[in-house]
Design a protein around this ligand. Structure first.
Ligand code: F3S
Length: 284
């Protein structure tokens, strides 16, 4: 059996940076508690390891009030401005591990708000990154995730519209929604803020999936970029499997195939990808 492992599988730059930050802070501040605001990445295995080393995950805004004894780490998704303000007001030191590509969107959101533009975020409204971006924009920033919402969008004439994207959004879907909004004749500026790591991972996954008999997508079930990767692969190869760890993989499903492709979401650690790859290799 031939195995094609995607070169872009696994941790992206921003996730690696955030994960490394947690381990560095644990090392450097052994006398203080280490908190992360939300799980640092969407991966249960990594979170379990961090918790075992003493990291506490804060689940909601109010939990910050009980974190005065420690250091709070902001994850790569970023947070709304009010969270940083609350941390400052409480006098809690924090390390901002927001991915620089997301931070750039926060800056755009603030600048466009100063210019009184209306910010459109093409993305999933319940995703923490999108909530974070919204929290640096004006009150009337909107999130659009479907053609229907794009068709319905309207603002008062003469107002400038600035469109950005959630970094992990599917590029083709972004283009489709931008085209719908562009037809409305507003003064529009479109900033494609999709991270190249996502685009490269998606393109490579699609190209591998189109050439193999079976495709394996490794990642946490809550990871939105892994879910999208699965959709893309499933479209190109109808023998696509979404697994979190090796335990979810039923080797019987691969018995009759000659080529297997493997890719993984941005929050999947290398050791899990390697384990899957090695086991597929050993078994066939
Ligand atoms: Fe950053 Fe791109 Fe990863 S935005 S967190 S490097 S997917």
């Amino acid at each position: 059996m031939e195995i094609m492992l995607a070169k872009t599988a696994g941790f992206c730059f921003g996730v690696k940076r955030a994960v490394d930050t947690v381990y560095e802070q644990l090392e450097e501040n052994q006398d203080r508690k280490i908190y992360t605001y939300g799980p640092i990445i969407h991966n249960e295995e990594v979170i379990k390891d961090m918790e075992a080393k003493g990291v506490t995950v804060l689940q909601k805004e109010e939990d910050l009030d009980h974190a005065k004894d420690g250091i709070v780490i902001i994850r790569s998704h970023g947070v709304p401005k009010r969270i940083c303000d609350r941390l400052d007001a409480l006098g809690i030191p924090y390390v901002d591990a927001t991915c620089p590509f997301v931070k750039k969107i926060h800056r755009i959101a603030m600048e466009e708000n100063e210019k009184e533009s209306c910010l459109i975020i093409i993305g999933n409204s319940s995703h923490p990154e999108v909530e974070g971006i919204k929290g640096w924009a004006g009150e009337d920033a909107v999130v659009i995730s479907s053609a229907e919402e794009a068709e319905k969008f309207s603002i008062s004439e003469g107002r400038r519209v600035c469109i950005v994207a959630q970094t992990t959004y599917n590029y083709n879907k972004f283009k489709e929604l931008v085209e719908i909004i562009s037809k409305k004749g507003y003064d529009i500026i479109v900033l494609n803020t999709i991270c190249s790591a996502t685009k490269e991972r998606q393109e490579e996954a699609a190209s591998i999936a189109a050439r193999v008999d079976a495709m394996i997508v490794v990642g946490d079930k809550h990871s939105s970029n892994t879910q999208k990767l699965f959709e893309i692969c499933d479209h190109a190869c109808n023998n696509t499997y979404y697994i979190q760890t090796l335990d979810d993989l039923d080797m019987n499903q691969l018995r009759s195939v000659e080529t297997v492709g493997i890719t993984a979401g941005a929050s999947t650690p290398n050791n899990i990808i390697e384990e899957v790859q090695n086991n597929v290799r050993i078994n066939f």
